[in-house]
Design a binder for this molecule. Structure first.
Ligand SMILES: [Zn+2]
Length: 144
């Protein structure tokens, strides 16, 4: 039984992959309903700030509050996205995997954000393949 929020994030990642982009997707969910989804748009828009999480939050537009939301991401959030999660006071983050990129879980948890990791095999395979096939693009996205 897959969580609909997670499935939406995964589908967004797959869409990005089909477009030749970086396969990381995200979804903002409130009360079990998907507010918006997004995926990494570094390649598609030439936008280095458009990580999956940032794209989903942008697509969601103005929100009066995020305190009743959950942010899903196929991959552990980086420092930039973690900063945004903290700034917007998003209380819960559900992550597909953190094996191919560790993210900033300590920082998130230190600010009271509840982090759940699904250890999803599809996400791990998706990122491993991408990192092997496009090492330079991946390095660019994480500023390595
Ligand atoms: Zn990020």
């Amino acid at each position: 039984m897959t969580d609909p929020g997670f499935e939406a994030a995964f589908q967004a990642a797959q869409k990005s992959l089909r477009e030749g982009g970086i396969p990381i997707g995200a979804a903002l969910v409130r009360d079990g309903s998907i507010v918006a989804t997004g995926h990494n748009e570094r390649v598609q828009r030439g936008d280095p700030i458009a990580h999956g999480e940032m794209a989903a939050l942008r697509a969601a537009g103005r929100q009066r509050t995020y305190r009743d939301t959950t942010l899903y991401s196929t991959l552990a959030p980086c420092a930039m996205c973690t900063g945004t999660i903290i700034q917007f006071k998003i209380p819960r983050v559900v992550v597909g995997e953190a094996e191919t990129f560790p993210g900033e879980f300590d920082l998130l948890r230190s600010r009271g954000v509840e982090v759940t990791v699904l250890h999803d095999a599809r996400c791990i395979e998706m990122m491993r393949s991408f990192q092997q096939e496009h090492p330079q693009l991946w390095a660019e996205d994480i500023a390595e």
